[in-house]
Design a protein around this ligand. Structure first.
Ligand SMILES: O=C(O)CCC(=O)C(=O)O
Ligand SMILES: [Fe+2]
Length: 255
């Protein structure tokens, strides 16, 4: 269940507590209004990969649009597969905020899974093994080459893409332990030795997943240190359009 909050309750503390929260605005906000609402959680920032910067929007806004150009708007397929946002960066954004503008009659849902109950329900020896684990995160596997990359060789491109390591378990600055698994960015790099433990932890997390069906005019915000999320594959013809920003938490970053 995703808790519904009022604008007054739309705070960093409450997003972390719930993992993900829903704010019903009831209308489509302008990009500027949207950034102001997101700013209640901390400092809105531009997307980590400067690639997706739609013209005519504030720099903090990314556009997810099935009918966009796929170059300045994030293309179809963006966010499909379980992940935590931009964990290929050394300081990933703590919160992500999405505002639905156009929603198809069916499909285009987003799933969320809280890592905290999963971590608690794992056997103690697996939890301890996870505490000793460091994972490599890379954007290489999901990176799309677009006209913006013209003139660079594949080697140059892949060397320039961000990659980093994060502990699989860390202390959340707002309290408790969480898991940073982000399989979309880590799974290609897992060693045969680590994979069984990783898969058991991931299975336990996604067992508790909730599927969110979007309504136009609503806002969802989540804590990337706490929940994994995944866009479902949407192949329909109807437009699916959301605006997105990420927010830096004054309380400190994920790792
Ligand atoms: O489009 C979606 O449902 C979610 C995309 C996503 O992963 C994100 O915005 O971080
Ligand atoms: Fe995402």
């Amino acid at each position: 269940m995703i808790a519904e909050v009022s604008l007054e309750q739309f705070t960093a503390e409450n997003v972390t507590r719930g993992g993900v929260v829903r704010l019903t605005v009831g209308r489509k906000l302008s990009p500027e209004e949207f950034v102001a609402v997101a700013g209640r959680l901390g400092t809105p920032e531009p997307f980590g990969l400067p690639k997706y910067r739609p013209d005519g929007y504030p720099p903090e806004v990314t556009l997810i649009d099935t009918h966009g150009d796929g170059v300045t708007a994030a293309p179809r397929g963006f966010g499909e597969g379980w992940h935590q946002d931009s964990t290929f960066m050394s300081a990933p954004p703590e919160y992500t905020v999405l505002h639905a503008l156009d929603v198809p009659a069916s499909g285009g849902d987003t799933s969320f899974a809280d890592t905290r109950p999963a971590l608690l329900s794992l056997p103690a020896e697996e939890r301890d093994a996870l505490r000793g684990l460091d994972l490599e995160h890379s954007v290489l596997g999901t990176y799309r080459i677009t006209p913006k990359d013209a003139g660079k060789t594949l080697g140059e491109l892949s060397r320039a893409l961000p990659r980093t390591r994060h502990p699989a378990v860390f202390r959340h600055p707002r309290g408790g332990e969480t898991l940073l698994l982000s399989p979309l960015y880590t799974s290609a790099e897992l060693s045969a030795e680590v994979r069984p433990l990783f898969d058991r932890a991931l299975d336990e997390v996604v067992r508790g997943a909730v599927v969110h069906r979007w309504t136009a005019g609503e806002i969802l915000a989540w804590d990337n240190r706490v929940v994994l999320h995944a866009a479902s594959a949407y192949l329909g013809e109807e437009r699916r359009r959301l605006i997105r920003t990420v927010v830096r938490d004054a309380a400190g970053c994920a790792s």
